[in-house]
Design a protein around this ligand. Sequence first.
Ligand SMILES: Cc1cc2nc3c(=O)[nH]c(=O)nc-3n(C[C@H](O)[C@H](O)[C@H](O)COP(=O)(O)O)c2cc1C
Length: 314
Amino acid sequence: MKTLKIGNVRIPNPIFLSPMVEVTDLPYRLICRKAGAGMAYIEMLYVNAILHTNKKTQNLMKTSKEDRPSGIQITGNTPEEFKKVIPHLKPYDIVDINCGCPSIRIVGSQAGSFLLKTPKKIESMIRILKDAGLTTTAKIRLGFNKNNVLKVSKLIEKAGADALTIHARLAVHRNHIPAEWSWIKKVKDNLGIPVIGNGDIVNGESAAKMLDIADGAMIARAALGDPTIFSRVAYYLKTRKEKEFDFKENIRYFNRYLQLAKKYDVIDLNRIKYLGTNFIKSIQGAASLRQQFMGLKTFNEIQDFSKSLEEKEV
Ligand SMILES: Cc1cc2nc3c(=O)[nH]c(=O)nc-3n(C[C@H](O)[C@H](O)[C@H](O)COP(=O)(O)O)c2cc1C
């Protein structure tokens, strides 16, 4: 697989794990990297949460030497906040600005995908981070409620961004509407910086198709509860054949997740339950296993249960 350069940062391969709230903490990023992801970001953090940090945010901001190249994703609504947050961003190799989150809370604060309505703000935010010497990228959608992706992309490049990720939907579009990849190609044809395509990559074939039109392919939902998507994509890129999903291999990754959560002292039982149910969803009898899993009360109970799944006949 080809390597990719974002600014001066070398990404070992062009398959990215998407930042995902409630998912991509340090242990999750590490298991996805182990499975083959070339890059993985900390989930979106609001700049104010970083400035007024609490234990949860501190845990989310943890990184390690295996978590390289490291990336953090931030959002906010004023360039001034971005100036204040710079010292907290220095430890990371790449800082990504979220201009795509459609959640009511974030849009209500005029951050996330709302920024697509005020592209000049995105431009100022990028300039502030770049002036501080940070390798800076942005993740956008095609627009908020109307497509302005070419205009916004060109502005982002002009502001000095080192790469751009496009989730090829409008912010008002839900995920059942197919991502419009033709726009990723149009942006790629108009920009000099690396373009990473995102939206509806579900297997080796779709990742390969994305790499035909973009410099990188970013995967979100297909990696939720399935880090082995990265090894399967790598296999496809090498052989042009899809590798079958292996439940036990995947559950071993979940067990590794639990060990790492303990090692890095970031255990969050709600998150573990959410992730665990996603790991279980793909096997026969998932509904009853899920019920048993949700009834578990302690970390040790979860660890024992999950270990027992490695032995289970599927
Ligand atoms: C649970 C979940 C959490 C997400 N959190 C983030 C986030 O923190 N930052 C971000 O840029 N996108 C976030 N997204 C959007 C994804 O990164 C991605 O753009 C979108 O799901 C489309 O990619 P996919 O088709 O591979 O899922 C999230 C998506 C999901 C499903």
